[in-house]
Design a protein around this ligand. Structure first.
Ligand code: UD1
Ligand code: MN
Length: 441
């Protein structure tokens, strides 16, 4: 009887719990179909909203991704630049370079002006011994040079021994001077590289003035010459170096160029070894402007020249001097090139950035460029399609308009850059540039 009561109590409780659960569930469910429909619409709306948000988020993420990509590109560029710099620093600190200065002299007694400046601005006799090579057997000039040699053991003199006339057909007699210059350069460079076995040399002509940072310029850029096999020379000269077409506020700025500028230049022994066997009988500078002779390599040149030529009376006579050379700007500010990061000039780093700058500049006509009076941060691009249109634009801009082996002065990858009325200007080929065309002149 007690057991049965217990059973009954258990069944009763179970039924009561069941009833509570069922009645609770029934309050949860909404029996009306309209309410159900509203809920579906609401869910649909919410889903649509969510989808829109996801879309927006996706767009934002893509934008962010683009920015990350751009940043990575920049970081990659900076890393390339840093690596190049690290390597150059390692190079320059691993040895104490000796960079002799070779002075090419003939019959100008004014060579004293050149020598005085070299002595005045030279920071170290040990790093920069001066070697004067004299051609022409001119006695008065010899005595001027002798004064410097006698006073300073780091200054030496060598004399070009072959003073014979070079036999030339009558039509070429007027070029006699250029034949003698080429013969003298061959002798002098053989003396420096073969007799004295120097690693590199800075070549200066007797009618050149130098800037106060001339030596610092070559010392700072020498590692580039060692590091980058696409560079064969460092020059102190900007062929388009007149004050109206350069940026006077950027004395530290350097460029790559496919046009050999000469007029104060640094050459390695290694390069002389392959140049010397084919050295030309005359016009050696134009010969060095033919890419076939320099293995298609480039030079470094400054925005503002580190030399100035005062030799109005010379082998090439005075017209060119009065038209151009007289107006060239000599840099007077001292730039500490040895403390600067110059790895932006390494080919891998320089080429893509240079092309990007040039081709992204806004398109203008040469006439618009020379009458511009806007802000300083802008940059402009003027295009040319052939030799004639190049020359026309160059004339308007005030640039040199001649070619050697099809290369315009200061050109790099077919592009000439200068600075006019507060902005960088690029004279850019309109066509897909592959190489210079010797037929242009
Ligand atoms: C021009 C170039 C010069 C280049 C030369 C070679 C300019 C401003 N000048 O000479 O850079 O080296 O063409 O083609 O672009 N000399 C001799 N022996 C001679 C005559 C001259 O050694 O018989 C020396 C001079 O001392 C001087 C150099 O050669 O150092 C150039 O002579 P210069 O008379 O100045 O000729 P440029 O017309 O300037
Ligand atoms: Mn000269």
């Amino acid at each position: 009887m007690r057991v049965n009561l217990r059973k009954l109590f258990l069944i009763g409780s179970f039924a009561a719990i069941l009833w509570i659960i069922v009645s609770y569930m029934s309050t949860l469910e909404s029996p009306e179909p309209v309410k159900k429909f509203n809920k579906v619409v609401m869910i649909e709306n919410t889903l649509n909203l969510l989808e829109e948000r996801v879309d927006m988020q996706l767009k934002e993420s893509n934008k962010l991704l683009d920015r990350v990509k751009q940043h990575l590109k920049k970081t990659e560029y900076l890393a390339k630049e840093r690596d190049a710099k690290d390597q150059m620093d390692a190079d320059i600190s691993a040895f104490n370079p000796v960079l002799p200065v070779l002075v090419i002299a003939c019959d100008r007694v004014s060579v004293h002006r050149c020598l005085e400046n070299l002595v005045r601005f030279r920071p170290s006799k040990k790093t920069f011994p001066i070697i004067i090579s004299q051609d022409c057997g001119h006695n008065a000039t010899y005595h001027v040079i002798k004064r410097f040699v006698d006073e300073d053991s780091s200054i030496t003199l060598v004399r070009q021994p072959d003073l014979t006339d070079i036999k030339l057909p009558r039509t070429k007699l007027k070029f006699n001077g250029y034949y003698k210059i080429a013969r003298h350069f061959r002798f002098a460079l053989n003396h420096v590289f073969k007799t004295l076995n120097h690693e590199a040399v800075i070549i200066v002509e007797d009618d050149l003035d130098i800037s106060p940072d001339f030596f610092e310029y070559f010392l700072g850029t020498y590692p580039l010459l060692l590091k980058d096999p696409s560079i064969w020379c460092i020059s102190a000269w900007n062929d388009n170096g007149k004050k109206d077409i350069i940026d006077l506020s950027r004395p530290e700025l350097l460029h790559r160029t496919d046009f050999f500028p000469g007029l104060g230049w640094l050459l390695r022994q290694e390069s002389w070894e392959y140049l010397e066997p084919n050295w030309p009988p005359a016009f050696f500078d134009d010969w060095l402007r033919n890419p076939q002779n320099t293995r298609g390599r480039s030079c470094i040149r400054p925005e503002i020249s580190r030399t100035y030529t005062f030799g109005k009376v010379g082998v090439s006579k005075g017209l060119f001097f009065d038209m151009h050379l007289r107006h060239m700007q000599l840099n007077m500010e001292y730039v500490e090139f040895t403390k600067m990061n110059l790895s932006y000039l390494i080919k891998d780093v320089y080429d893509p950035a240079f092309k990007q700058q040039a081709y992204s500049a806004s398109l203008k006509t040469a006439a618009e460029v020379v009458s511009y009076s806007g802000g300083p941060d802008d940059k402009a691009r003027v295009t040319y399609k052939d030799a004639k249109s190049f020359q026309k634009a160059a004339k308007t801009l005030g640039l040199m308009d001649d070619f050697r082996s099809g290369i315009p002065r200061t050109a790099y990858l077919g592009i000439v850059n200068c600075y006019i009325r507060g902005r960088r200007v690029y004279l850019v080929p309109e066509f897909d540039w592959v190489k210079y065309d010797p037929a242009w002149g």
